[in-house]
Design a protein around this ligand. Structure first.
Ligand SMILES: [Zn+2]
Length: 255
C-alpha cells in the first residue's frame, strides 16, 4: 500500500476532507473519520479486497481438491482391490507379445459406459492385473467400482441375512447396481446353491439393465461359461460385451 501526504484540506458542513496523494495511485480525497483517523486510498483498499478474494478462492479451490482426493481415496478403499493388485496399472503390465499388447489396448480403451468385458484365461495370465488397473483408472477419474470374487459376492449377500447385519440385502444390491464398474473374479468356481447362482444372475442382469459395466474374469472358455451361467445371462454378456482371451502361459508359472 502506498503512503500518502496531504495536498489540501477543506471543511464542508462539518465533514472534513482533504486531498491526499497515494504513492501508487496518485491523488484521492481523504475523509476524516475521527479526530485522528483519515480514510486511506480507495484504490489501495480495492486492491487489498481483491487480493483477499483471490486468496479465499485459492483456499476454496484447495479445499475442493482435498475433498476430491478424499473422495477418490474413499472410493479406492471401498473398491476392495486386493493388496497384491493395488498399484497394478496399464504401465506396469508386461505386454511382450502381440496378443498381450492387444488385451492391454482393449483395457486402456475401456469406457465405463455400460459395455462389458469377459477376461478368459488360465490363472496368472494378468486378468486381475488389468481388471484392477481399469478399476483404479475409473476411480481416479471420479467414478466408482469394486473388485470381488463371485465367492466374495455370495458371502456379502449372505452376510446381509445375518441378524444384526448393518445393511440389508436391498441396500447391498442397490450399491452393487450403482457402481460404474464391477469386476467379478473366479467366475466358474462352483456356487454353493441354486439360490446363490440366482443372486449372481440378478446382479449381472440388474447391472445390464442399469447400463453399468461388468467385467467377468474366468478360467472357462466360451462354451463352458455359457453352460455355467446359463443361456440367458450369457446372451446378456454377448450383447454388449467383448470376449478377451488371455491365451498364454502364466506369469507366475514362469517366475
Ligand atoms: Zn493507493
Amino acid at each position: 500500500m502506498g503512503g500518502f501526504e496531504a495536498v489540501g484540506s477543506i471543511a464542508l458542513g462539518g465533514i472534513h476532507e482533504e486531498k491526499r496523494r497515494c504513492d501508487k495511485h496518485g491523488e484521492f480525497t481523504s475523509r476524516q473519520c475521527t479526530s485522528s483517523i483519515w480514510s486511506g486510498c480507495p484504490q489501495c483498499a480495492e486492491d487489498t479486497k481483491a487480493a483477499r478474494r483471490l486468496e479465499d478462492e485459492r483456499i476454496a479451490w484447495e479445499r475442493r481438491k482435498m475433498d476430491e482426493q478424499a473422495r477418490v481415496e474413499g472410493n479406492l478403499n471401498r473398491a476392495m482391490i486386493p493388496a497384491r493388485f493395488r498399484g497394478r496399472t496399464f504401465d506396469n503390465f508386461v505386454a511382450d507379445t502381440d496378443a498381450k499388447r492387444h488385451v492391454l489396448e482393449v483395457a486402456r480403451n475401456f469406457q465405463a459406459n455400460g459395455s462389458g468385458l469377459v477376461f478368459s484365461g488360465r490363472p496368472g495370465t494378468g486378468k486381475s492385473h488389468l481388471a484392477c488397473a481399469i478399476l483404479q483408472e475409473v476411480i481416479n477419474g471420479g467414478g466408482t467400482g469394486m473388485y470381488a470374487t463371485v465367492r466374495d459376492l455370495v458371502l456379502m449377500l449372505r452376510d446381509t441375512w445375518r441378524n444384526g447385519s448393518t445393511q440389508s440385502e436391498r441396500d447391498l444390491l442397490r450399491t452393487l447396481m450403482s457402481l460404474d464398474v464391477l469386476a467379478l473374479d473366479e467366475v466358474g468356481v462352483g456356487f454353493g446353491s441354486d439360490a446363490e447362482k440366482t443372486q449372481f444372475f440378478d446382479v449381472i442382469d440388474g447391472r445390464y439393465r442399469e447400463c453399468k459395466s461388468t467385467i467377468l474374469l474366468t478360467n472357462l472358455d466360451k462354451s463352458a461359461l455359457e453352460e455355467y451361467i446359463g443361456q440367458r445371462a450369457f446372451d446378456r454378456l454377448r450383447e454388449d460385451g467383448q470376449w478377451i482371451a488371455f491365451d498364454w502361459d502364466s506369469y507366475r508359472g514362469r517366475a
